[in-house]
Design a protein around this ligand. Sequence first.
Ligand code: BTN
Length: 254
Amino acid sequence: MRAPLKQPETLFIGQHCIWLEECASTNTYLAQMPQEGIWEGTCVLAHNQTAGRGQRNNRWEAAPHQNLTFSIFLKPKFLEAKHGHFLTLAVALGLADALTVYNIADSRIKWPNDLMLGSKKLAGLLIESHLQQNMMQSAIVGIGLNVNQMDFMHHEAISLAQYTGRHYDLSALFARLAEHLEKRYLQLKKQEFQQLTDDYHGLLFGLNETRLFRDVQQNTNFEAKVLGINSEGALMLQTQETVRLFFSKEVVWL
Ligand code: BTN
């Protein structure tokens, strides 16, 4: 018998959950539900995704029943489209905050939206948003977090269990995530952009370090020091010649 599901202590995120044994992708599942009828904060979780989607049209691979793969339906109608990147910051920070409950204080956020433990990837985000005019209308926030899986095809992936040697109750972990994601989302609702940016910089992977990057448009590699993000969410990189700005998908970490 499975342990009972833990109810998150939140106002709305995770108050309505759909736990699926299997689906293609929780993001796709939510997107196909009639949007008018969905409560804000509704979560779709799958024990197994058969076609989990990642950034850049990659697949998100996660062994069944060992990880968290879920999507949250949000209505950030208060957020101007030009501030859309702050939703990514808030979600990434919420994930990192939740890990501190488990005494993991050294996770880092690799711009724009990977959560890292050391040099390995613990979690990824796929946020698909819907705009109307210059405002956000709705967003499906997809989160893949490696939890109890001990072997990965990709050697750059890591799970919580690999990192700590412990086994995690997925339902309890999800409840903690929902609570911390909601705290950050409410901070976003209050338009606390500076605080979110400061906190993001506090956890930014590679900050002030010189790293190797690939300029996607020019198809060239270059070394640069990571200076942080600007108010538009662009990554600021100091090369020998100048400071260069890159938006998501324009540059790749090597
Ligand atoms: C990345 O490439 O880093 C983003 C990965 C996002 C994976 C999650 S798993 C739950 C949700 N459903 C999907 O199909 N993708 C996201």
